[in-house]
Design a protein around this ligand. Structure first.
Ligand code: CP
Ligand code: NVA
Length: 343
């Protein structure tokens, strides 16, 4: 077990860097991070201590709610020997009485690393520019890069390799997760298919960037509204919520009508013609009526499941909870290589 010295040396490039978006890094760098995630997962399972951030203080800033990202950053911090401090919306002056730049300068003098989940990528870019310590992106409207390391690690864990494999995203393909899967997959050389109605297909600029990366990595990009074409013989199906955090609730009814044909269900899984296809979702998911929002949607639109049916969510193709667990190991890897001493 364990990365060899050459692989560890490759991780040195992350030292002192921010982790704001995956396209700041090369395929080789991202692959080393994915492999280091596996090493840290193994260490945790075997009870081998890995206090790479011993004595460090970390600020975790959340403008939006979070279960997985918050938990992963907190538990990863404790496992690495660091002290996390959580700041929720309204807890500090950030953006209200104090500029992002001033807040960054102050936090950077007290903390050794800063996580930020919020609305605008420009805010995290400003934090990174002014903090003088590594800043990690816990999700913005534009990107979700720590999710990407967990996701591509989960794919590799199941497939054995990323090479020559196809990932198909179905649903709202203009959101942070869809854009990031498209770009990160193209960088890593994974074929990325997207099935979405024309109105919800990725931004033009993102499509172009993905195609440029795919030309370099020799992967295939397919963006279509034909769901059967996109999923045929795919190795994985991935979906996300139909309305992301911060979006206007008034578009929900239109979204439901546009996206119902893209719901991940048993018939979609059968149509892949690949009995080995796996199913991913970054979570939280609307797959039953056991949530307040799910209940409200049922009362208003009569829908008991949204982007994924409960049978598929709970079924044998789903690796969704492994994927959720892998957020811990991947975030630990990201914090260790940017801030810790892994030698
Ligand atoms: N996938 C994800 O980011 O989950 P949380 O919103 O719970 O952090
Ligand atoms: N697209 C979703 C992802 C949640 C992890 C959102 O931004 O709300």
């Amino acid at each position: 077990m364990g990365l060899n010295t050459t692989a560890l040396n490759k991780l040195q490039v992350f030292k002192g860097e921010h982790f704001l978006k995956t396209c700041d890094f090369s395929a080789e760098e991202l692959n080393t991070l994915i492999d280091f995630t596996g090493e840290l997962k193994e260490k945790k399972k075997r009870g081998i201590p890995h206090p790479y951030l011993k004595g460090k203080n970390l600020a975790l800033l959340f403008e939006k709610p979070s279960t997985r990202t918050r938990s992963a950053f907190s538990v990863a911090a404790y496992d690495l020997g660091a002290y996390p401090e959580y700041f929720g919306q309204g807890d500090i002056h950030l953006g209200v009485k104090e500029s992002t730049a001033d807040t960054a300068k102050v936090l950077g003098r007290m903390y050794d690393g800063i996580e930020f989940r919020g609305y605008h990528q420009k805010d995290i870019e400003s934090l990174a520019k002014n903090a003088n310590v590594p800043v990690w992106n816990g999700l913005t409207n534009e990107w979700h890069p720590t999710q990407m390391i967990a996701d591509f690690f989960t794919l590799k864990e199941n497939w054995g390799t990323l090479e020559g494999k196809t990932l198909t995203y179905v649903g709202d393909a203009r959101n942070n997760v869809a854009h990031d899967l498209l770009i990160t997959g193209a960088i890593l050389g994974v074929n990325v298919h997207i099935a979405a109605p024309k109105s919800l297909q990725p931004d033009e600029a993102i499509q172009k960037l993905a195609k440029d990366y795919a030309a370099q990595s020799q992967s295939e990009i397919l963006i279509t509204d034909d769901v059967n074409q996109a999923i045929y013989q795919t190795d994985a199906i991935y979906t996300d919520v139909w309305l992301s955090m911060g979006e206007d609730q008034s578009v929900l009814e239109t979204r439901i009508n546009e996206l119902l044909p893209y719901q991940v269900n048993e018939s979609m899984l059968l149509n892949t013609m690949n009995p080995e296809a796996i199913v991913l979702h970054c979570l939280p998911a609307f797959h039953d009526l056991n949530t307040e929002v799910g209940q409200q949607i049922y009362e208003k639109y009569g829908l008991s499941e949204m982007e994924i049916t409960d049978d598929v969510f709970q079924g044998e193709h789903s690796v969704i909870f492994d994927q959720a667990e892998n957020r811990l190991h991947s975030i630990k890897a990201i914090m260790s290589v940017t801030l810790g001493d892994i030698f």
